[in-house]
Design a protein around this ligand. Structure first.
Ligand code: SF4
Length: 376
């Protein structure tokens, strides 16, 4: 199986914490979408031959600010060029303020069958403090509106350890999210990135973001609340009702090939990775000249092993020790016997069916554990 990711690099306004690639200048929108179609044509044979496309994911940026005609044109181009499988998961990231009843009907008609909605929080003052474009009312209304339009596979994004979000506010967010019963919930602790407004204010001492202990406490509340709500914690930041894991993201974590289109996207074809430039103007210019705006990186054995460890240890199925041995001749248990024995003894990990799997306690330390197990 393989997937296609489309990066739509436009947003209405810049959230103060965001370091994804996007522009609030929408003037180049038409030219950029045409360039994406051109890029798809040039990369028609990038993925391993014969791989059906099981997932298509519109991410960004804010793909929901595109109109139905623009999204439909991109989908038609993909259908012309690639073997999209019957029943493919076709996801679109959406912001609540874009999701009117009419827009939701159009998205359904286009064949989009999963929405990932960027709610972040239901608290009006916290939303304002992040410079999100939507209101708390829109955050509450969008899920029932999507249900009414026929969507039966919804994910919502939440954020925690935010400025102005105390434990009571986070508990309310969790209760509200559970009351909406989405099939999937992604939740991310705030990280302060240097190039963002929050990063600059923090550096100048004008902002004091919540400390690590707040993040850890909010994470524990998240895991407990969603566990009680019947959600499976299948990746550090991702929870789902049974059967509703994100097929697209799971394929990334399981090292399946994917093609990324649009500025800021990347691609993986089992051997190498392509990074597409994070600049809308240059991206358009290059593609108008018939050139691919990519940097290519050949992946070494060490890269493959470390990426597999980094992604696999964050998931509930862990890393397959046989796969590491057979595919990469890397006997992880033997190489790190003392450290793994210590993790098992401290309840940070378990071994099941020859997979090394982190426990909830271990997942709190996932980055540190992964760094210790990396091949250097
Ligand atoms: S809407 Fe999403 S991509 Fe755009 S600025 Fe906000 S967080 Fe970033």
């Amino acid at each position: 199986m393989a997937g296609i990711y489309l990066h739509i690099p436009f947003c209405r306004q810049a959230c103060y914490y965001c370091d994804f690639h996007f522009s609030t200048n929408l003037k180049t929108r038409q030219a950029l979408l045409q360039a994406m179609q051109r890029e798809a044509g040039l990369l028609q044979h990038y993925l391993p031959a014969g791989e059906p496309i099981e997932t298509v994911y519109f991410g960004g940026g804010t793909p929901s600010l595109l109109d139905a005609g623009e999204l439909g044109a991109l989908l038609e181009q993909l259908q012309r060029l690639f073997p999209i499988a019957e029943g493919a998961e076709i996801s679109l990231e959406a912001n609540p303020d874009d999701l009117t009843a009419h827009k939701l009907d159009q998205l359904r008609q286009l064949g989009i069958n999963r929405l990932s909605i960027g709610i972040q929080t239901f608290q009006e003052d916290v939303l304002k403090g992040l410079n999100r474009a939507h209101t708390a009312k829109e955050a509450l209304q969008c899920v029932p509106l999507a249900r009414a339009a026929g969507f039966n596979n919804l994910s919502i994004d939440l954020m925690y350890a935010l400025p102005g979000q105390d434990e009571a506010a986070w508990q309310q967010d969790l209760a509200q999210a559970l009351a909406l019963k989405p099939e999937h919930i992604s939740a991310y602790g705030l990280t302060i990135e240097p190039q963002t407004a929050f990063g600059k204010w923090t550096e100048r001492g004008q902002m004091h973001p919540p400390g690590e202990e707040v993040g850890e406490q909010h994470y524990r509340m998240l895991v407990a609340a969603l566990g009680r709500g019947g959600y499976q914690h299948y990746e550090v930041s991702n929870f789902c009702l049974p059967g509703y894991h994100s097929r697209h993201n799971t394929a990334y974590w399981q090292q399946k090939p994917y093609l990324g289109l649009g500025p800021g996207a990347h691609s993986y074809n089992l051997k190498s990775r392509h990074y597409t430039i994070r600049n809308n103007g240059l991206y358009i210019k290059k593609l108008e000249a018939g050139q691919l705006p990519h940097e290519r990186e050949e992946l070494s054995r060490q890269d493959h092993i470390n990426e597999y460890l980094m992604t696999g240890l964050r998931t509930s199925w862990g890393v397959d020790l046989d796969y590491l041995n057979q595919q990469w001749q890397h006997p992880l248990l033997r190489e790190h016997s003392a450290y793994i024995a210590e993790m098992l003894q401290q309840g940070q990990a378990r071994i099941s069916n020859n997979h090394l799997i982190l426990t909830e306690e271990g997942r709190l330390l996932a980055d540190e554990i992964t760094a210790r197990l990396f091949l250097v």
